[in-house]
Design a protein around this ligand. Structure first.
Ligand code: TEU
Ligand code: CA
Length: 554
């Protein structure tokens, strides 16, 4: 039987570059993660997902791997990694590594050999195609970081495919030797003690080898769910994940609740859970020429519908991965909440909603102290996605002004979540004694771990409480989910039920008071589980971003 430890777990995501620097080079490192394990234990989390720390030219912050068997010296050594794994295990914290195998770095030895000729052992490790008859790209597919998904290679005299940067060539999973090489790498890390994988764009690994054009040039449509995807994932499960009992959470950008089953129903032996992107798009204008930069006000009715769909669909088969933030997503309170006047209230409101759901909650570093998006000038950001998209939309297409692009950057750019972790009010937020690789959010003086740990009321303490509930209340793991008030624009409310016990989870996602008499009238004897206001009695009106969980008997 597969060990399903993750069903009672809360997983904490670490972006190593920004977590904690211990050798004063301005870059977080493995020793830094180890140093902070007691802090993480105090928070109560059960596992760490560590973003890529493999040897890498860092074109995309480690999502361009040069050597799967080496740690990048900027993060430390393999010995540091072993020590970190041992120290974490001693505290009962599991380690999940990032599995980036849709593509490698162009500096990876496999690619260096592959580009040399059409008939060497590595020739078919990547996706090579001849030029079109006019010498141009094989088709109009686009890269997520702007421009074409094809780059010409002088040496081999062919184009290679890359869904991301040109320095991130896509691997050819059709080739059984590629799959074997990946399985071998997974076994190596298992032997070092790694407990599971977060699988980067795993739904992109199978390509349509007819290479049909997309409706729009340079669009990134049709990169997901290729014809042999399920077959490849299942094969990986039966060869590695199953026998080695490694947990796997896959990144599945296009997944909808209805088709999630195919990836996460245990009987299919593919993945344990997936990260959907569906709820992340509630503030994006659909089908706009400016893609992710075309923002609209967050549609909370849609948020509720989407999360509810996933809860319902995966109720008895499969399992949800729950998140609002990660290294690609902005800080939720800056994006959908209020990161000034109601920073505490909105951070805890979003946390209550997420952690009350059925599934495994993921906490992204800094989320537990309510870190916020910084509002930098364009040249203060470093992310390749932002820079590539700026070139494509502002400079080339000219479909969005620089001002509007910057406004969108302030809301949703990936660097928003990548600023250094704010540990204290010391210089550089206690992250490093040297100048950090990415500017520290100036609000670190007030928003930091140390002050939260000493505060009477803190976001940290609230998260601690939510995590503890996950460990002690089976209703969070098992309870049925039912959405209430589906069409209300600001109140997010649902119940979790198991036998006679019913929990009411409520949040006001607005600054206006909201009447909740209809919700609480029949629950006057209910008992508080958690709340972000200090109420003695059950209120009939919710204050700004007020949120709570109440337990009652049916
Ligand atoms: O992200 C996949 C992905 O689809 C992103 O391009 C996402 O749409 C975007 O970042 C949202 O703004 C994964 C990793 O999480 C990301 O950090 C990598 O850059 C990417 O894959 C390539 O490995
Ligand atoms: Ca360092």
């Amino acid at each position: 039987m597969r060990d399903t430890w993750w069903k009672d777990a809360v997983i904490y995501q670490i972006y190593p570059k920004s977590f904690k620097d211990t050798n004063d080079d301005g870059i977080g490192d493995l020793v830094g993660i180890q140093e902070k394990l007691p802090y993480l234990k105090r928070l109560g989390i059960d596992a760490l997902w560590i973003c890529p720390v493999y040897l890498s030219p860092q074109i995309d912050n480690g999502y361009d791997i040069e050597d799967y068997y080496k740690i990048d010296p900027m993060f430390g050594s393999l010995t540091d990694m072993k020590h970190l794994i041992q120290a974490a295990h001693q505290l009962d914290i599991k380690i999940i590594m990032d599995f980036v195998a849709n593509h490698t770095s162009d500096q990876c030895a496999w690619f260096q050999k592959s580009r040399q000729s059409k008939d060497n052992p590595y020739s078919d490790f990547y996706i090579w195609q001849d030029a079109a008859s006019d010498g141009g790209v094989p088709n109009n597919w686009g890269s997520n970081f702007g421009g074409s998904a094809w780059t010409w290679d002088e040496q081999r005299q062919q184009y290679y495919l890359h869904y991301y940067a040109k320095e991130q060539p896509d691997l050819n999973w059709e080739n059984p030797e590629v799959r074997q090489a990946i399985y071998q790498m997974m076994t190596f890390w298992k032997e070092l003690g790694v407990d599971g994988w977060r699988m980067d764009v795993i739904t992109s690994i199978s390509k349509d080898w007819n290479f049909p054009n997309n409706a729009k040039p340079f669009s990134t449509a049709n990169q997901q769910n290729g014809p042999r995807m399920h077959e490849f994932i299942h094969d990986m499960h039966t060869t590695v994940l199953g026998p080695l009992d490694m947990m796997a959470v896959g990144e599945a950008p296009a997944a909808k609740a209805q088709d999630a089953h195919l990836l996460v129903d245990p009987s299919r032996e593919e993945l344990d859970m997936i990260f959907t992107f569906e709820h992340m798009h509630i503030d994006r204008k659909p089908n706009d020429v400016n893609g992710r930069w075309a923002l609209q006000k967050p549609d909370f009715v849609a948020l509720k519908r989407i999360l509810s769909d996933w809860q319902k669909e995966l109720d008895d088969k499969g399992w949800n991965a729950l998140y609002f933030e990660n290294h690609d997503r902005a800080r939720v309170i800056s994006r959908w909440g209020n990161d000034t006047t109601y920073r505490y209230e909105s951070a805890t409101a979003f946390a209550t909603i997420l952690h009350g759901l059925k599934g495994t909650p993921y906490v992204y570093q800094g989320e537990e102290i309510g870190m916020t998006n910084p509002k930098y000038e364009l040249d203060e950001y470093v992310d390749i996605e932002l820079k590539g998209n700026y070139r494509q939309y502002v400079e080339e297409n000219q479909t969005i002004s620089k001002e509007d692009f910057l406004a969108a950057v302030h809301k949703i750019s990936r660097d928003n979540a990548r600023t250094p972790m704010q540990w204290s009010s010391e210089e550089n937020a206690g992250f490093s004694k040297a100048k950090p690789w990415l500017k520290v959010n100036p609000n670190y003086v007030a928003v930091n771990v140390e002050s939260d740990l000493h505060a009477k009321q803190s976001i940290f303490a609230y998260y601690q409480k939510l995590i503890q509930l996950r460990h002690t209340c089976p209703i969070l793991r098992e309870g049925t989910f039912d959405l209430l008030l589906p069409n209300h624009p600001a109140i997010f409310a649902y119940t979790r039920t198991i036998g006679e016990e019913e929990w009411l989870v409520v949040a006001n996602l607005s600054e206006e008071p909201q009447d909740i008499q209809a919700l609480v009238a029949t629950r006057q004897d209910a008992r508080w589980i958690v709340q972000n206001y200090q109420r003695q009695t059950i209120p009939t009106t919710l204050g700004p971003y007020e949120s709570f969980i109440l337990a009652s008997k049916k």
